[in-house]
Design a protein around this ligand. Structure first.
Ligand SMILES: [Zn+2]
Length: 322
């Protein structure tokens, strides 16, 4: 068994380049794999390793000035769901593309049991799923608004058009909590007063409250792609985009030029050779269909179309997972 962690901490980093270099060296030496982003606003990562490696990494993070209180969402997996270690400096650790958003001015953090109590209280509220469309599609809380957006940074525009009354109680959630840290600030700045966010996100809620009132599964940004949330309610809520039958497995379109991540059953993948459309099926950039590996992330195909393509794909992947 391996441990998979998801974590973030907003804490000012004076010299992100230096911080990143040291961080990367530590992780490399330790043999940790995953994706870690660093900016002047803090640290955001998801990583995996043996229990020993993960324990050592957590200790390291807690030893860093300003990161003593970093919280880790932790799960187990029977394989390491990352191919390598990426540790990079970025403009923002989660990209909202709005200046001057300080998580200190965010909403009220609700513990999982408090969140559940509000859901069961009969109180009037609006609940917003602040994740992307391909995430909320396969799982979300009962009654949540699930905006049809491809990127987190599309949310400010969506909010302008959503017509949510300013006096409404707002509940928002995401995978691990980081997106709410920024979006809650924006909503308060725009005039909503009763803004609440699920502390630790869906993954923490799954642990603490057995995922009650959550339908479907949770999308995660590692090779597992989905994890269960509510053990009493595991039926897929999404449909295979090819066959229309219930499904919650994902495929990256086999046309590397398209590469769209879409919900697709095994049957659908066979019918379309792993492609999302007839058009993609005809593309010269279509990799050969490999039934056994159709449901695994696409990156091992990078080399298939040469170095230019590989670099482009790497950039795409990074963009998609931001
Ligand atoms: Zn396609």
């Amino acid at each position: 068994m391996y441990e998979v962690i998801l974590y973030y901490k907003f804490s000012h980093i004076k010299n992100p380049e230096k911080f990143c270099k040291e961080h990367k060296n530590f992780c490399k030496e330790l043999g940790l794999k995953g994706r870690i982003y660093i900016s002047s606003e803090g640290l955001n990562g998801t990583a995996a390793g043996t229990k020993q490696q993960v324990d050592a990494y957590k200790k390291y993070v807690w030893s860093l000035d300003g990161f003593e209180e970093t919280e880790f969402k932790q799960d187990q997996s029977d394989y390491i769901p990352f191919a390598k270690l990426i540790c990079k400096v970025r403009e923002e650790i989660v990209a909202l593309h709005v200046e001057g958003v300080d998580p200190k001015d965010g909403g009220r953090h609700l513990k999982p049991n408090e969140w559940r109590n509000v859901m069961e209280s009969g109180e009037d509220y609006v609940m917003i799923d602040v994740r992307n469309n391909y995430e909320s599609k396969i799982g979300h809380f009962e009654g949540a608004l699930t905006p049809d957006l491809d990127n987190f940074y599309d949310f400010p525009q969506w909010l302008e058009e959503a017509n949510i009354p300013k006096n409404k109680k707002v509940l928002m959630y995401c995978t691990g909590g980081i997106r709410c840290e920024k979006f809650s600030v924006l909503m308060k700045e725009e005039g909503w007063n009763d803004v609440n966010q699920l502390h630790g996100g869906i993954l923490n809620y799954a642990k603490e409250e057995d995922g009650a009132h959550f339908k479907g599964k949770c999308f995660v940004f590692d090779d597992r792609l989905i994890v269960p949330v509510n053990p009493k309610d595991l039926a897929p809520i999404a449909k295979c985009e090819i066959t229309g039958k219930p499904a919650d497995t994902y495929v990256n379109c086999a046309n590397m030029e398209c590469n769209k991540l879409f919900v697709c059953s095994e049957e659908g993948a066979h019918i379309m050779d792993g492609c999302c459309s007839e058009e993609c099926k005809k593309s010269e950039y279509k990799r050969p269909f490999d039934a056994e590996n159709a449901f695994k992330p696409f990156r091992k195909w990078y080399n298939y179309f040469g170095e230019d393509f590989k670099q482009r794909s790497l950039r795409q992947e990074e963009h998609a997972q931001s």
